[in-house]
Design a protein around this ligand. Structure first.
Ligand code: AMP
Length: 283
């Protein structure tokens, strides 16, 4: 595996491969890699001739400076893991390399990017579109792999790809959880052992809500999840929305759609770590 830090070198290695008709898989990440990321890389390696994994903590998608400063980083371990997974290239650029000038582009895909995370993290999806579009231009991948843990992100990226007419196939990949159910996240590294135990309630409550939903309304199921988690000291639900999986708009009845997903964000612990998760009720 070659570690690449410039777009120029990336073009040097990828242009000839593209001309030979090789397929290129891209896995965009912010590093501090775990088994969730690894599942995306494995899938890309299995489905493409060449796999590029980008590791870049993208400043423009952080609306909170502290969050950016505290974001976990471990480039050495990332390189080791990517090499063991047989990624072809790790693209690890500097901020200056990706943003030689301030990116003033504005991406807006309402209502998909205005609900849930979009409403609570102003500018977040704009930053995601800025970096993902730059990566798509630099790598020109055949396929790009995204985790369903960031459920709304996939919908926003799909909207951007359609808008810009970028010829890439977006491949959604299922959430990878630890054996006890906790969704893997780089941010889990910020949790103490006790906070990790608290965080476990999130997936457990979402899973319980699948049974609860069978004989309760959408609104009752929503309240069940929010009230169960908020009753636990150290957890605070920022939002729980039960939405149509394509439009991301709230549903009011289980009959409203064939594809229904519950998306949650919870603050966990005293210096709160913001954790997201989601569960599929239908589809
Ligand atoms: P991040 O480094 O957090 O920006 O994540 C990079 C990619 O990995 C995104 O597409 C995430 O959705 C995906 N990802 C992160 N955690 C998981 C997980 N537990 N299961 C599946 N995909 C994940």
């Amino acid at each position: 595996m070659e570690v690449i830090s410039t777009k120029k070198r990336l073009a040097e290695v990828l242009d000839p491969l593209r001309k030979e008709g090789k397929t290129i898989g891209l896995v965009p990440t912010m590093g501090a890699l775990h088994a969730g990321h690894a599942s995306l890389v494995k899938r890309s390696v299995a489905e493409n001739d060449v796999t590029v994994v980008s590791v870049f903590v993208n400043p423009t998608q952080f609306n909170d400076k502290k969050d950016l400063e505290n974001y976990p980083r471990d480039v050495e371990a990332d390189e080791k893991l990517l090499s063991a997974l047989n990624a072809t290239y790790a693209f690890i650029p500097s901020v200056e390399e990706m943003y030689p000038e301030k990116d003033t582009r504005v991406f807006s895909y309402p209502p998909i990017d205005t609900v849930m995370e979009g409403a609570r993290r102003p500018g977040h999806f704009n930053g995601v579109c800025q970096i993902v579009s730059k990566l798509f231009y630099a790598v020109q991948p055949t396929r790009a792999y995204f985790g369903e843990k960031d459920f709304q992100q996939i919908a926003v990226v799909k909207a951007m790809v359609k808008d810009l007419g970028i010829p890439v196939q977006i491949v959604p990949c299922p959430i990878v959880r630890q054996s006890d159910g906790l969704a893997l996240s780089s941010r889990n590294a910020l949790l103490s052992d006790d906070e990790r135990k608290l965080a476990l309630n999130i997936s457990q409550t979402l899973i319980k809500s699948l049974t609860y939903a069978k004989d309760h309304t959408v609104s009752e199921t929503h309240d069940f999840v929010v009230n169960t988690l908020n009753a636990i000291d150290g957890l605070e639900v920022q939002y729980y929305e039960i939405v149509d999986g394509n439009s991301l708009q709230d549903v009011s009845s289980w009959d409203d759609s064939d594809y229904i997903v519950g998306c949650i964000t919870v603050f966990c612990g005293h210096i709160p770590v913001r954790l997201i998760d989601n569960i599929k009720y239908k589809g």
